[in-house]
Design a protein around this ligand. Structure first.
Ligand code: SF4
Ligand code: SF4
Length: 324
């Protein structure tokens, strides 16, 4: 079962929309669980690729995976979350984490749902092991297509590993970084290719030092034709001054274990920015707080209606296309 459009509609578009971004917040149904919030967990800094546009390419330690002692701390902290959450795993590359399957198995046992963002380079055995460990609790398998290393045809072939799990509610999306010299290829070849196979395809604007790079007017037009940042319909979002539920129902956990309200909070700091750590526990806000940032690249709060006054756009299939 995927996110039910009716329950999401009620939450995001119905009479509760004001409440969602303000005070009372009941969560939503996902895969038979009532979900309280979402955590984007950058679980490691390790990656087998070296994409030219990677925002992490200058990190000193590219070999870092979560050490054994720390991953048990992480699991203990996730176990103390109030209710069920959706844990979105990314990196680096999450499949580089040796204990990935043990981690996801335990997170599911704790009652959480899982989503994953991967470069889809892991072996079939490893992917199938992961799919089994999250059976019935995996929401989104998001595959990042890095054209310097992989092809849409190869992704389509590997998608066959995922398909049997769609009846259990798994959704499969493909994303790609919209570097300027790829824009025409993305619009005219890649996006139509995936669309012809019924696969959701999204682009992410390239970022430099945490902000969207400069695009020409023509390039911006193509980006918008591709749906903008993760199908939000915009290339950049700015919700400064609005109340936002990040920190209360959304956290970003960085590879060093520190928890933040959202991605801009992790870079820029601010009054409500730091929200504990995997080691010392999470410190959730009681409710929404003002956004002090001029650029929001956090697809989860945007797409899940956590920002006061913002109603996410409908996806291509007439339902809410949730995801980053
Ligand atoms: S796959 Fe992702 S993390 Fe790895 S080098 Fe490419 S952009 Fe960076
Ligand atoms: S940057 Fe986005 S996620 Fe962060 S507080 Fe502002 S609106 Fe919320």
């Amino acid at each position: 079962m995927s996110d039910s459009p009716s329950s999401m509609d009620r939450w995001l578009r119905g009479s509760t929309i004001a409440e969602a971004a303000t005070q009372s917040f009941a969560g939503w149904e996902l895969l038979g669980r009532r979900i309280h919030g979402i955590i984007s967990w950058n679980m490691n800094d390790s990656c087998n690729y070296r994409c030219s546009y990677c925002t992490q390419r200058n990190m000193a330690d590219r070999r870092g995976v979560l050490a054994g002692e720390r991953f048990q701390q992480a699991l203990d902290t996730f176990a103390r979350l109030p209710g069920s959450w959706e844990i979105k795993l990314s990196g680096g590359e999450p499949f580089r984490q040796p204990e990935l399957v043990e981690i996801t198995r335990q997170l599911v046992e704790q009652g959480h749902c899982i989503s994953i963002q991967t470069n889809f380079s892991a072996s079939e055995d490893r992917v199938r092991e992961f799919l089994e460990s999250t059976r019935g609790a995996l929401n989104l398998f998001s595959a990042s297509l890095h054209l310097e290393y992989d092809s849409p045809q190869a992704f389509l072939a590997k998608y066959q590993w995922i398909r049997p799990y769609e009846s259990l509610g798994v959704r499969f999306h493909v994303t790609s970084v919209a570097v300027p010299h790829r824009l025409l290829q993305l619009r005219d070849e890649i996006a139509p290719f995936f669309k012809s196979h019924g696969i959701m395809f999204k682009v992410q604007p390239e970022k430099i030092d945490g902000y969207v790079r400069d695009y020409t007017a023509d390039e911006q037009q193509i980006l918008l034709q591709l749906g903008g940042h993760n199908h939000t319909g915009r290339i950049e979002n700015n919700f400064q001054g609005k109340r936002c539920r990040s920190g209360a129902n959304y956290l970003v956990v960085k590879s060093n274990g520190k928890a933040f309200r959202c991605y801009p909070a992790s870079r820029l700091g601010g009054k409500f920015a730091e929200r504990g750590s995997l080691k010392d526990g999470f410190q959730l806000l009681d409710g929404p707080a003002i956004c002090p940032y001029t650029y929001c690249n956090c697809t989860v709060p945007i797409q899940r209606g956590m920002i006061e006054g913002y109603i996410p756009p409908l996806g291509e299939r007439g339902s809410l296309e949730l995801e980053e």
